[in-house]
Design a protein. Structure first.
Length: 277
């Protein structure tokens, strides 16, 4: 039996992509059935009867979509920006009050973007100077992007043992918006689909981790993975990395087979002071 999907935000770029993906003759069409396609301003009761709601609206509408779905016992896959840590915490309380309901929040459906964010979190504890530059097309209404917010929050979490990043002169508007102590700079311009660079400054060196989306087709695999997970999810799950179990994969990659075990303490490599015997 196919999974019944309601797309909210169906007229937008991501909504149109989801429609094309889920109605394609080969593959997803046999697994998913679109039973409703709603605009951001349409009556939300049109989603009733769906097994899962795909929310690809705008930040101002997303919370109402999610709240309505949860209150009616419908699981949700959220692909809309604007879900900060505080909003997610409040959502967790609402979902907990509706046992058996689940919400999966995916700031970015691109596998490459999720990997770049994970790599940035890994590098964060070794550099004290970190900033994010993200760029999207001129039609994206919100900034910073959900991906940038998620990246900054993961960087801050990774640095919990070494403190916030070093970000001088943040009182100046041109220094960007601070998210979890990380300065984020947003570009909105023609000719761009999506790009993010996380820049790490160290003593005598700069490390840049960049990811660029060249086509929205890069989101397709992530949308399908998210829908499959959201159908059976309980509670709130944040990030495609959770669905891919990247933490386990990264731990396995970091653990050599020769029995060597890293030192337990976590030290900011660039901030560590050289010592002599």
């Amino acid at each position: 039996m196919s999974t019944k999907v309601a797309i909210v935000g169906a007229s937008g770029k991501m909504g149109r992509l989801a429609h094309e993906l889920l109605t394609r003759e080969s593959g997803a069409a046999a697994e998913f059935e679109i039973v409703a396609e709603l605009g951001s301003k349409d009556a939300l009761d049109g989603m009733i009867g769906a097994d899962v709601v795909l929310d690809v609206t705008v930040p101002a509408a997303s919370q109402a979509v999610v709240d309505f779905a949860v209150s009616h016992g419908i699981n949700v896959l959220v692909g809309t920006s604007g879900w900060s840590g505080d909003r997610i915490l409040a959502l967790e309380h609402r979902v907990a009050a509706t046992p058996g309901t689940g919400v999966v929040i995916v700031p970015n459906f691109s596998l490459g973007s999720v990997l770049a964010t994970a790599f940035a979190a890994m590098a964060a504890q070794f550099f004290d100077s970190i900033e994010i530059v993200e760029a999207h097309g001129a039609t994206k209404v919100d900034s910073p992007s959900g991906t940038a917010v998620r990246t900054a929050e993961l960087i801050a979490a990774a640095r919990s043992g070494v403190g916030p990043v070093s970000a001088p002169h943040t009182d100046q508007r041109a220094r960007g918006q601070q998210v979890a102590s990380v300065p984020v700079h947003s570009l909105r311009m023609q000719g761009v689909v999506a790009k993010q660079s996380v820049i790490f400054g160290g003593v005598g060196e700069v490390l840049t981790l960049s990811h660029e989306t060249l086509s929205s087709t890069s989101y397709e695999a992530g949308i399908l993975l998210g829908l499959r997970a959201a159908t059976t999810a309980t509670g709130v799950v944040v990030g495609l990395d959770r669905l891919l179990d990247l933490n386990r994969l990264l731990r396995a990659a970091a653990a050599p087979d020769d029995g060597w075990v890293p030192e337990p303490e976590r030290v900011s490599g660039q901030a560590a002071r050289a010592t002599t015997a």
